[in-house]
Every structure is written in structure tokens, then in C-alpha cells.
Write a protein that binds this ligand. Structure first.
Ligand SMILES: O=C(O)C1=C[C@@H](OP(=O)(O)O)[C@@H](O)[C@H](O)C1
Ligand SMILES: C=C(OP(=O)(O)O)C(=O)O
Length: 426
């Protein structure tokens, strides 16, 4: 793929696209199957940077993984003894791998380093490290306090009670939930303060149940986990990625088009499916099928005010859609967008401003006021953030000569995004 992708303007079309498996579901499924008794066959698997890092890490940790990329199937043998020896795991910028693996590693024995790209080293991990320390895990920072890389001297998970903060990222809690059933003792997890991204914790709990594990949830304030029960290997189909689907939902809404988006469904586990409700409120039409969604735009969208605390991954999609609505859109309560692949609030502010929109950058959100005419021929910077590339591709459909810098950064979660995107011209 070229270093720059030039988007050709297009509207009033009818198209059909396929969404790959969900990164969040795939990387949870990998941890669950690595712990499970017996063999797990994962279908509709996603092959992208984030899942490849997770698979590679689990292979280095001793799991046997057979990869059949053509058929999107991965077969994994659970690893019951988890003697890891000494190794270093590199997970790029995959938050899910960096955060889910430490508790998994803590249930075994060995000396394991977890590291990633420079940006990963700026993404906090302190709340998880402090939680593991309370569970008697020997875990230390190797460079800067509070940030990866970390080193874990694992000698089984011996603690019994932990209090964790969940206001920066839900991935720390998910990490504990997925692997604490393999502690030596029963474990109680207390939540200190507010939890962000709760729908992701729900995905975790649902998937734990799918693999045979029920735990006690006291209204997301406290969880009780019994030791001794095992996940069961099984056949499992990875749900389609609703965050990846959001670009096509938004695209139909702004271009007065009809797009059938296959491999996503209304009752998906992923909270990001709820972006469809926001688009409906703005004026788009949504039709739900068995494993597809059809979105129709009708040329008249209205701006909205929306709290995206629990669906911040689709805030960038909405920010670009907002350019083409009537009236302003306010995206609220998404402070944690600043600690993702890039500072996403700043990145969106910069690029929308280059296009000529009136944008206000808030500490925890954005206000976007559309204008009658946008600047043409703008090169959009993507900050090594897949969601910048995918969401700003929508702008190019209505603003001539918009170009996307470094389009291949979509490989984090949706490597064939631009192939699917080009189906709209056929
Ligand atoms: O658990 C998960 O799979 C994820 C949780 C969210 O992160 P935070 O909990 O850090 O908001 C989300 O942004 C990320 O893309 C995936
Ligand atoms: C925030 C994201 O990823 P990560 O899993 O690295 O946190 C994302 O995919 O938008």
C-alpha cells in the first residue's frame, strides 16, 4: 500500500462490506484458551497486529497454536503447567496484550519481560502493577515508574484480595478477571472508584461464562473468584468487530448511501454497537438483520450531544460524521482517549481544524461545529493510530482531494480496511 491514500469523493451509492473478527473478543479468547483444559478452535479469527502479538506471546510462553489464516481458524492447546522459563515478549502497541498478559503470566512460573513500541511505553500500567503487587506478585518497572516495560518474576498467584482502580482503563480489571480463577486461593477483587468502559468488562464476564466459568459480580464494585475451577476448551466463533464496523455505519449516514455491513449484529457483546443508536438519533436509518446491519443515510443529519465514556473507540468516527450534520456535536466524558494509541482528543482536534471545521478541544471531549465548506486537498496525519486513518477516510468521500497519511496503520485491528472501503466504488 502507498504511503499516502487519496480518497475519491463518492456519495449516493449502495454497497456491501464484510467486517473481520473483533480484536477485543479475539484477544480474550486467546487468553481463555491458553488457560483452558484441552483444545480450543477459534473461528472467524482476526489476523491483525494486535492478535498476532498476542498469539506470538502465548507461543513464546509455551502454548501450541496452529494458525490457518485462509480459513480464519486458530487452534490452541491450553497450557496447564505454565512454566515459562525466561523470555521477553514484545507486544507492539496492543493494549489488550500488554494488559491481559501480566495476570496470566503471574499464574505460572518464570521470569518474563513485557515490552512494546515507544507509545506503549507512554501508556500507563500502574493500576494493574499495583493490583498484582497486592496479590504478592513480584512485578517491577524496567524504565519509567508506572509504564512498560515491566518484568514479572512469577511464582504462582498466591494473594487473596485486591483493590483496583478502573477509571483510566478497564483492561486492568479484565486482566485480573480472566486469570485470577487460576490463582492458588479464592480471590476477591474490589473496585476503587468509577469504572470506565464497562461494556468491555461485560464482554470479559460473558466470555468467561462461555468458557465455563461463573464468578460473583457485586454490581461492578466487587467480584469473588473461586480457585480450582478450569476453563473448558471448545469451539468458539469470534464476534465481528463493532468498532471496525462503525466506519461503514458513519459512511452511509453522511453520503446519503445504503451500506450492508456483514458480520455484525444488534445483540453483539461489544458496547460500540450502540453507535448505531447515536446515528439513528442524528437521523440515519438502521435495519438490523441476523448477522448484518444496513445503514441508510437520507442526506439530513443533526448534531448530537453524547456521553461516550463507555464507547470511546467510536468517538473518532462520530467526530468525522459530525462535520456533515446540521448543528454542533458534543462528545463528552472521554478523558481516556488521551492515553490510547495517541492523544486522540488532540489528534482529532488538529485534523478537523486542518479541514476547516470549528472545533473546541475540551480536557475530556470535543465540540464540533460544522461549516458550509471544508478545505480541499488536505493531508490528514494519522499519528500511528488506526482509528485516525479509518475515521478520516470518511471525510474524503465528501471533501475533494483528502489524503490519508500512513494508511497502513490500520493493520492494528483491520488490515484490509481499504480493500473493504474500495468496495463502495464498485
Ligand atoms: O478490553 C478491551 O478489549 C478494550 C477496552 C477499551 O480500553 P479502555 O478500557 O482502556 O478504555 C478499548 O478502548 C480497547 O480498544 C479495547
Ligand atoms: C484503544 C485501542 O486499543 P488498545 O487495545 O491498544 O487499547 C483501540 O483499538 O482503539
Amino acid at each position: 500500500m502507498n504511503k499516502i491514500y487519496e480518497v475519491k469523493p463518492h456519495k449516493n451509492f449502495k454497497a456491501e462490506v464484510e467486517i473481520p473478527g473483533s480484536k477485543s473478543v479475539a484477544n480474550r479468547a486467546l487468553i481463555l484458551s491458553a488457560l483452558a483444559t484441552g483444545k480450543t478452535i477459534l473461528k472467524n479469527m482476526l489476523f491483525s497486529d494486535d492478535t498476532r502479538y498476542m498469539m506470538k506471546a502465548l507461543q513464546q510462553l509455551g502454548n501450541k497454536i496452529d494458525i490457518d489464516e485462509e480459513n480464519k481458524v486458530v487452534t490452541i492447546e491450553g497450557n496447564q503447567n505454565r512454566n515459562f522459563g525466561e523470555c521477553e515478549l514484545f507486544v507492539g502497541n496492543a493494549g489488550t496484550a500488554m494488559r491481559f498478559l501480566p495476570t496470566y503470566i503471574s499464574t505460572g512460573k518464570g521470569k518474563v519481560i513485557l515490552t512494546g513500541i515507544e507509545r506503549m511505553k507512554q501508556r500507563p500500567i500502574k493500576d494493574l502493577v499495583e493490583a498484582l503487587t497486592q496479590l504478592d506478585v513480584d512485578v517491577n518497572y524496567m524504565e519509567n515508574n508506572g509504564y512498560p516495560p515491566i518484568i514479572i518474576n512469577a511464582n504462582r498467584l498466591n494473594g487473596t484480595e485486591v483493590t483496583i482502580k478502573g477509571n483510566k482503563s478497564s483492561q486492568y480489571l479484565t486482566s485480573l478477571l480472566l486469570s485470577t480463577p487460576y490463582g492458588e486461593n479464592d480471590i476477591t477483587i474490589n473496585i476503587d472508584g468509577n469504572l470506565v468502559s464497562i461494556p468491555y468488562v461485560n464482554i470479559t464476564l460473558t466470555m468467561m461464562k462461555d468458557f465455563g466459568m461463573e464468578i460473583k459480580n457485586y454490581n461492578f464494585k466487587k467480584f469473588e473468584i473461586k480457585s480450582g475451577k478450569k476453563y473448558q476448551g471448545r469451539e468458539y466463533s469470534v464476534e465481528g468487530d463493532c468498532s471496525s464496523a462503525s466506519y461503514f455505519f458513519g459512511m452511509a449516514a453522511i453520503t446519503n448511501s445504503e451500506i450492508k455491513v456483514n458480520n455484525v449484529k444488534k445483540d453483539a457483546m461489544q458496547g460500540d454497537i450502540k453507535l448505531l443508536e447515536v446515528l439513528e438519533k442524528m437521523g440515519a436509518e438502521v435495519e438490523y438483520g441476523e448477522n448484518f446491519v444496513i445503514v441508510r443515510g437520507n442526506g439530513k443529519l443533526k448534531g448530537v450531544t453524547v456521553d461516550m465514556h463507555h464507547m470511546s473507540d467510536v468517538a473518532q468516527t462520530l467526530a468525522v460524521v459530525a462535520l456533515f450534520a446540521e448543528g454542533k456535536t458534543e462528545i463528552k466524558n472521554v478523558y481516556n482517549m488521551r492515553i490510547k494509541e495517541t492523544d486522540r482528543i488532540k489528534a482529532v482536534y488538529n485534523e478537523l481544524t486542518k479541514l476547516g471545521a470549528k472545533v473546541t478541544e475540551l480536557e475530556d471531549g470535543l465540540i464540533i461545529e460544522p461549516v458550509k465548506k471544508y478545505n480541499e486537498g488536505i493531508l490528514i496525519d494519522t499519528y500511528d493510530d488506526h482509528r485516525m486513518a479509518m475515521s478520516f477516510s470518511l471525510a474524503g468521500l465528501l471533501i475533494p482531494n483528502t489524503k490519508i497519511n500512513d494508511p497502513k496503520c490500520v493493520s492494528k485491528t483491520f488490515p484490509n480496511y481499504f480493500d473493504e472501503f474500495e468496495k463502495i466504488y464498485k
